[in-house]
Design a binder for this molecule. Structure first.
Ligand SMILES: Cc1cc2nc3c(=O)[nH]c(=O)nc-3n(C[C@H](O)[C@H](O)[C@H](O)COP(=O)(O)OP(=O)(O)OC[C@H]3O[C@@H](n4cnc5c(N)ncnc54)[C@H](O)[C@@H]3O)c2cc1C
Length: 479
């Protein structure tokens, strides 16, 4: 992603890009679900959506279903789109809340087109007409990450990126300031450069092993530190969403691709053994396993500085927040986009580097808070993991957001980073955090007017959903 983006935006006469990869080491490759921003990334590269989907066996994604999170038996969807329609400028979730407080028990999900489409395994892209109910949502992709990397490699090479297959065995640092000067490969070749982008995954080869940047560990908030992953045969209708099912010591993902389903159990090694986790995963597959389960270990957190000296850590080398909301690929995209915006000259102005680090810290912190919310806002008390996360202290930034929603139904707004208002509303309400009050502008509105507004929307969304093609049909015709 980094090489592709840089080769698209930097002039080759000003900047030569050299990509070093090692097939012997390989990639993590289990990142399969994304958020809608990936579409903008692909569009800025000029990729053809159908071609990209064919080559990576991708499916469409309208959101994530969370099963058993607040209570065993619960299920809700975090959709990529708004709920209902505002009433005289007041956000729809306040309307829903006023009706709820008056005794109405219609779930918020009923007012979301992407949720209802997802549950019926239907898909069509949003329309351009802002008046249409078929306009207020977005979509992402679920794809085979092991195919996306070579796809972008080919793209990069076509744009002049020089690629070397080889293992980096040593790094030469400059005496006076410790800047990276050259990579030494196992073949004996040396590769020099001005700016180094460390995409070496969990190894953090440049940023940690050689620059000793340091890591902020967030395990106390997000105790899951391992995952076991396995693909299986597809079964049932092709769902346009990812599922995250909470288990006793973590949660299991289910990501439907065109040709198979990706599965994994993300868990805390403090609360379950690797063998038990693998057995739980293998016992909860929809179809026949297509490989042996693969174990991955990680430490949730982020690098103290994702840009240190002349080295920018992008991807897993910069940090990792578990894949509950499919955010890692987004964070790569954010890192690359901000790097292009703040692209340095050979002086590496410290203010440039500081600003980049500030922005990336915010990006990581936003994702962290959102993920911690899913764990902390639970009523589950059936296992040590859930007892831990329910009673743990949380980041102050999240505590404030949570209080604001619980008391007033207000979602804290910000411009930088994920996630936007409908996402927070979905997860708060799905995790059974319902506001005590609604927007005061609804005080004087007769409840029947609000009921009528909501009923009309619910019916219209139902009708619009039923007209959509199935996800499988849409892919068969368009991809
Ligand atoms: C369990 C799990 C589930 C995930 N699920 C999702 C998801 O659903 N959605 C999402 O967005 N993200 C997900 N991710 C994250 C996603 O997998 C990564 O963000 C993505 O794969 C990018 O990884 P990377 O390129 O940083 O590292 P890697 O994939 O580890 O790539 C590292 C690269 O560096 C090279 N390299 C390393 N050391 C050397 C060396 N010494 N010499 C030469 N080359 C070297 C390797 O060859 C490789 O090409 C998940 C991660 C995990 C662990």
């Amino acid at each position: 992603m980094a090489a592709a983006s840089l080769s698209r935006f930097l002039r080759p006469d000003q900047c030569a890009i050299h990509l070093v990869e090692s097939a012997e080491i390989g990639i993590v490759g289990v990142g399969e679900a994304t958020v809608p921003h990936i579409r903008f990334f692909n569009q800025t590269l000029g990729l053809d959506e159908a071609d990209f989907m064919r080559k990576t066996h991708a499916t469409f994604k309208l959101g994530i279903e969370f099963v058993n999170w607040a209570r065993i038996g619960d299920s809700y969807v975090h959709p990529f789109g708004d709920y209902g329609r505002a009433y005289r400028g007041v956000k729809f979730h306040h309307v829903w809340n006023r009706l709820r407080l008056a005794g109405d028990d219609t779930p918020l999900d009923q007012y979301s087109l992407p949720i209802r489409a997802a549950k019926q395994a239907r898909f069509a892209p949003p329309m351009n007409d802002p008046q249409s109910l078929l306009a207020g949502f977005g979509y992402a992709f679920q794809f085979d990450a092991t195919l996306f990397a070579p796809y972008l490699r080919a793209y990069s090479e076509q744009r002049g990126v020089l690629r070397t297959e080889g293992r980096v065995v040593d790094v030469r640092l400059r005496g006076e300031d410790g800047f990276v000067e050259a990579l030494k490969l196992a073949s004996g070749e040396e590769i020099t450069g001005d700016l180094f982008i460390d995409c070496s995954g969990f190894f953090g080869l440049l940023t940690e092993k050689h620059l000793r940047t340091g890591y902020e560990d967030w395990t106390h908030w997000l105790p899951c530190d391992r995952a076991v992953a396995v693909p299986c045969e597809s079964a049932g209708p092709l769902l346009p969403y990812t599922r995250a099912t909470a288990h006793a010591a973590g949660w299991q993902w289910r990501i439907p691709l065109q040709h198979r389903t990706g599965n994994g159990y993300v868990y805390s090694s403090k609360f379950i053994s690797d063998d038990e986790a693998a057995a739980t995963l293998m016992g909860n597959l929809d179809g026949k396993a297509l490989a042996e389960p693969r174990l991955l270990k990680f430490v949730t957190g982020r690098r103290k500085k994702t840009w240190n000296r002349n080295c920018v850590a992008v991807g897993l080398s910069g940090g990792f927040v578990e894949p509950l909301e499919s955010t890692s690929i987004y964070l790569i995209q954010a890192a690359v986009t901000h790097l292009i915006e703040m692209f340095p000259d050979r002086n590496f102005d410290p203010v440039n580097v500081d600003e980049y680090n500030r922005v990336m810290d915010v990006e990581f912190d936003r994702v962290r808070d959102f993920i911690v919310l899913h764990y902390h806002a639970t009523e589950r008390n059936d296992s040590p993991l859930w007892n831990h996360v329910r009673t743990m202290s949380i980041p102050d930034s999240l505590a404030y957001k949570l209080e604001l929603f619980r008391e007033r139904g207000v979602v804290l707004n910000y411009r930088l980073g994920l996630f936007y208002e409908p996402s927070w509303v979905a997860v708060y309400v799905g995790q059974r955090i319902v506001p005590k009050r609604f927007d005061a502008r609804l005080d004087d509105v007769p409840i029947d007017d609000l009921r009528q507004h909501a009923d009309k929307l619910r019916t219209a969304i139902g009708t619009a959903t039923e007209r959509l093609p199935t996800h499988a049909d849409f892919i068969a015709r368009n991809v």
